[in-house]
Design a protein around this ligand. Structure first.
Ligand code: CDP
Length: 250
């Protein structure tokens, strides 16, 4: 964002973007629930060129005990990018960016998890980015919601998330890396379809009020589609489990 982009055209004469998408088109998304045996819940998402794995543990007793909250569970989220996930090797371990993303994803999820049902416990969410191409916080949050549901953790609803922004003066959905780097704005949105709440909203760059309204509406419409994919992933997982149980009984 904000890098000078002399001569780089992000939208062509036909109004199409560098990967051929229309302004309001999502990248291809594939979600799988229950991909890890040892975790209480898990999910894997491929979103364009992003590949992200999420493991969830808990609710489990929180250690050290002085960190326990007697009124509710503590939601602890760790977003991590593999060294090989980006073109320039990423230095392993937490940095400012991953600490920020862990915080905002954890806080978004606290809005939907019924934390008061599990005092003194922790719910641990591990988000591992294996390949990154912009929009990883949204893809990570989308997958984390599925992993929490897969763990059977009671929630108000899933959160669906997507990024919207502005490139070459146009409002566009689901930015790729070049659009994120050379565009004018990037706005990640986390949306709770059942309640209509927005639980994650950030803005890098500038938008006018009218542009922001248009971007928000575009993002919410896309979140409704992503929500269907999340539910479909969970249904497929439970059909698989039910089939395995039937086969065992027979
Ligand atoms: O991934 P997201 O868009 O949520 O976050 P960002 O901070 O806007 O990062 C945008 C993209 O920059 C990431 O998805 C990566 O593709 C890339 N990136 C990178 O190449 N090296 C890093 N150390 C961090 C991010």
């Amino acid at each position: 964002m904000g890098i000078k982009k002399e001569g780089i055209k992000l939208i062509n004469e036909d109004g199409l973007r560098i990967d051929g998408r229309k302004p309001d088109e999502l990248r291809p998304i594939k979600i799988e629930a229950g991909v890890l045996k040892r975790a209480d819940g898990s999910a894997y998402i491929e979103w364009g060129k992003n590949k992200i794995l999420v493991g969830v543990y808990g609710p489990r007793e929180l250690h050290p005990r002085h960190l326990q909250d007697p009124t509710k569970a503590k939601v602890q989220c760790r977003y991590d990018m593999a060294s090989f996930s980006v073109i320039d090797r990423k230095r392993p371990g937490p940095d400012r960016r991953s600490i920020e993303i862990s915080k905002i994803i954890g806080e978004a999820l606290e809005n939907v998890i019924f934390t008061h049902q599990f005092p003194r416990t922790s719910i641990d969410i591990y988000i591992e980015v294996l390949e990154a191409n912009a929009g990883t916080r949204c893809a990570g949050l989308t997958a984390a919601s599925v992993a929490l549901a897969d763990a059977g953790i009671p929630m108000k609803d899933l959160i669906a998330a997507v990024s919207v922004g502005k490139v070459d003066g146009e409002i566009v959905l689901d930015l790729v890396k070049e659009e994120d780097n050379y565009g004018e704005a990037d706005v990640p949105i986390g949306y709770v379809p059942r309640t209509g709440e927005v639980v994650l909203l950030q803005m890098d760059g500038d938008l006018s009020y009218e542009e922001f309204e248009k971007a928000l509406n575009m993002g919410i419409e896309a979140c409704k589609k992503i929500y269907e994919m999340q539910k479909d992933a969970l249904k497929r997982k439970y059909v698989k489990v039910a089939t395995e149980i039937v086969e065992e009984v027979e």
